[in-house]
Design a protein around this ligand. Structure first.
Ligand code: SF4
Length: 423
């Protein structure tokens, strides 16, 4: 087991005035090295360091979906130079295989060049960690490596997120949860007496134990709009480093043109004392760092507004099904009305929380299996958009690829798909 609790960062010199370092202008590798050079890395000597990038999806490097491989390369080189034994680990979203994600993202290549171990954190059985004071959740199923390594470093991408506002260093630790237990965060009932969404409260609950010792936020290319995977790439060319994940996220929020106080999981976590988001009490270097920011467009509040005559019924879906639906509507939305009467409003449902759906609803994903009698059901967890078109049109699929995600890698083949969400 780890020699120190995950929440005790040896790099954190002051809880009441944490430091954050921002770098720009040197490229992904150079910016990361320059930001880490501001830190005293002596605590890593002789320690086992686990790097946790955002490597949870199949996406090319530089698309703003996953951590840039050169940021990971710089972190490996820097921690090794400081005397650490370094590995890179990930537990991707449902339907994505870890090694295939590392290959697609470019992390497998830079790890091979450095003989650095890559860990499929889904391969072993989880460790159940109780959360006695959790409000939305009372335990976590955690990938064991996260508790075994001495130090854990969060390396997220700077992204907007349709469910949680942003996804940065704090939320990236959700990728340390074992397999399908990640999905559970989207299925939680409301917390009595609290207005915030249960997923936001659950992320704050999670931060009691899954708080990284160090955070390196990759703003080389971020994502605006419909993050975490269906938005637009936003090149920014910055890196943000801090021992306080909340402080790092607060500064990243400022660079993205938003405010950490408006992000519920950051606000709740800071109120509980897990980190600092008050910009007046964070020491940021260098002066003038704000000039490197650029406003990221927020996620759309209601997808139905973007697609007239389509009524999207979303109850407790994961971002994977939301991305599938968005990619489908972007690519094939105009063709939908070839198969439905022009003057109707088409209902499309995603998510596990539907008690009933209107007759004729397009039911997307295994979570809607029990409503298959009410309309057209598309299996998969998640399905991919060409499967949806095939189900509607009755024509064979024309695409082997769907946006950033391939059918074989992220979807479940129609004939083989289970009717319940898969692990
Ligand atoms: S079917 Fe979609 S919403 Fe349901 S668990 Fe799978 S990815 Fe999540």
């Amino acid at each position: 087991m780890a020699s120190m609790r995950l929440t005790d960062s040896p790099f954190l010199l002051s809880r009441t005035r944490p430091s954050v370092h921002v770098t720009a202008g040197e490229g992904a590798y150079g910016n990361t090295c320059a930001a880490l050079a501001q830190m005293d890395l002596s605590p890593v000597r002789g320690k086992r360091v686990l790097l946790k990038p955002n490597a949870g999806r199949l996406a090319p490097p530089g698309a703003g979906i996953t951590t840039h491989p050169q940021v990971v390369a710089a972190a490996i080189d820097t921690f090794r130079k400081a005397g650490a034994d370094v590995a890179v680990g990930e537990s991707p979203i449902v339907g994505v295989k870890t090694q295939e994600a590392f290959d697609a993202i470019g992390i497998a290549l830079i790890a091979r060049e450095r003989d650095c171990p890559l860990i499929d954190m889904n391969a072993r059985r989880f460790v159940e960690v109780p959360l006695p004071h959790g409000l939305a959740i009372d335990s976590l199923k955690v990938c064991p490596e996260v508790l075994e390594y001495d130090l854990v470093v969060s390396l997220p991408v700077m992204k907007m997120h349709m469910h949680t506002g942003v996804t940065l260093a704090v939320k990236n630790m959700k990728g340390c949860l074992w397999r399908r237990s990640k999905i559970g965060f989207h299925m939680l009932p409301p917390v009595e007496g609290l207005d915030e969404k249960p997923i936001d409260i659950a992320i704050a609950d999670m931060s009691v134990v899954l708080r990284p010792h160090l955070s390196i936020i990759d703003g080389t290319v971020g994502m605006e709009g419909l993050g975490p995977s269906a938005g637009l790439a936003k090149p920014l060319g910055v890196i943000v480093v801090s021992a306080d994940a909340f402080a790092a996220d607060a500064i990243a929020c400022k660079l993205m043109g938003t405010n950490a106080e408006a992000i519920p999981h950051l606000r709740i976590g800071a109120q509980r004392g897990y980190g600092m988001i008050d910009l007046g009490r964070i020491a940021v270097t260098p002066e003038g760092w704000q000039e490197w920011g650029a406003a990221f467009s927020p996620p759309p509040e209601d997808l139905s507004l973007e697609f007239p005559n389509i009524n999207i019924l979303d109850k407790n879906s994961c971002s994977a099904c939301q991305s599938t639906l968005f990619l489908f509507l972007k690519r094939y939305g105009s063709r939908l009305f070839d198969y439905f009467p022009r003057d109707t409003c088409i209902c499309i449902a995603i998510g596990k929380g539907h008690v009933e759906v209107p007759d004729g609803t397009l039911c997307i994903g295994n979570c809607l299996a029990r409503h298959r009698g009410n309309g057209i059901f598309i299996r998969g967890c998640p399905p991919v958009s060409s499967q949806i078109l095939t189900a509607i049109s009755g024509e064979p699929s024309v695409d082997s690829k769907d946006g950033h995600i391939t059918t074989s890698d992220s979807g479940v083949a129609v004939a083989d798909a289970p009717d319940e969400p898969k692990e």
